[in-house]
Design a protein around this ligand. Sequence first.
Ligand SMILES: *Cc1c(COP(=O)(O)O)cnc(C)c1O
Length: 377
Amino acid sequence: MPSIPFNRSSLEGRELEYIFQTITIGQIAGDQTFSKKCHRMLEETLGVKKALVTTSCTHALEMSAMLLGIQPGDEVIVPSFTFVSTPNAFVLHGAKPVFCDVRPDTLNLDETKLEALITPRTKAIVPVHYAGVGCEMDAITEIAKRHGLAVIEDNAHGLFGKYRGRWLGTIGGLATQSFHETKNITCGEGGALLINDERYMERAEIIREKGTNRARFFRGQIDKYSWCDVGSSYVMSDVLAAFLFAQLDVWPFIQVKRQTLWMRYHHELRDWCQANGVRQPIIPSHCEQAYHMYYLLLPSLDARTRFIAHLKSLGILAVFHYLPLHLSEYAKQWGGKLGDCPVTEDVSDRLLRLPFFNSMTPETQGQVIQAVTDFVL
Ligand SMILES: *Cc1c(COP(=O)(O)O)cnc(C)c1O
């Protein structure tokens, strides 16, 4: 019987060599050769004004909250169908999360429901490019401009995806990346803050360096560094940056591997999905997706439960995804109730993610496809 995990980390190139190198030259703290290589690579490839690697995407979101000056009582609009960190980073600074439902096609924040959620206390909109497929950024940006709101892209899934020809992560004033082990490109635990609005550039460096202007000091721009703002410790170790750079360096190969896996699932499961009332992912023609995951929408919660058990009996681990955040125990304090985000509530019960990782072999993927198509709903 095969044992096929949902995700598995892999070496994509020169990770061990680079880690050995950075330890040998004595650069194991942050912002040294390999962190700088990561910054330059992200800035040059995506064309962002500034990229800063961080300890996680959650921390890059927290930095965003500080850069916006989020205060108790401020409101931040997030999709209900996302990871806890998307709202939590703002809640940590006293914000009230306002949950927006998602579109039934892409499962991204529904831009048509956005404007009704804006109040005089709203400070920001945080769209999440679910599965690496772009949100309707033209509409979201236009609404944000009209109401004077910041847009922060939670781009944990979307690195190297595009919306109308523009890289995801380059459209909002700020964007956050994740390099957690479950993401396309990883160093185990890590993230990045991408800065598109240059007003945030100087202060972002200070917040990331414990509230000091140490980055300017190391560039020789000042002769001593001091405490000048709030901040925390969001700098990534160069040991992890060495691992990360080895993956960033070969990103086109990683993306091609994931595209090949995604396309094969999509084509070889098509007939089975149609025969069983299962919906496959929908990618709008103006979006170039980042191939972050392959999901299926089963007809019902019961069908999904039976389907997971069937796959498990064959040694295959398929998993569901986000539970509606507005219905979580913690969100009760903001009065979330059933029916607030009907699409989120519906898809959360029916969505299933198939095993999907860079080192998945054609044989392993064939076993998963066989197991799926052997199941009669
Ligand atoms: C993974 C993920 C995060 C958190 O990333 P970390 O790097 O683990 O902090 C945030 N938002 C979304 C949408 C994610 O998928």
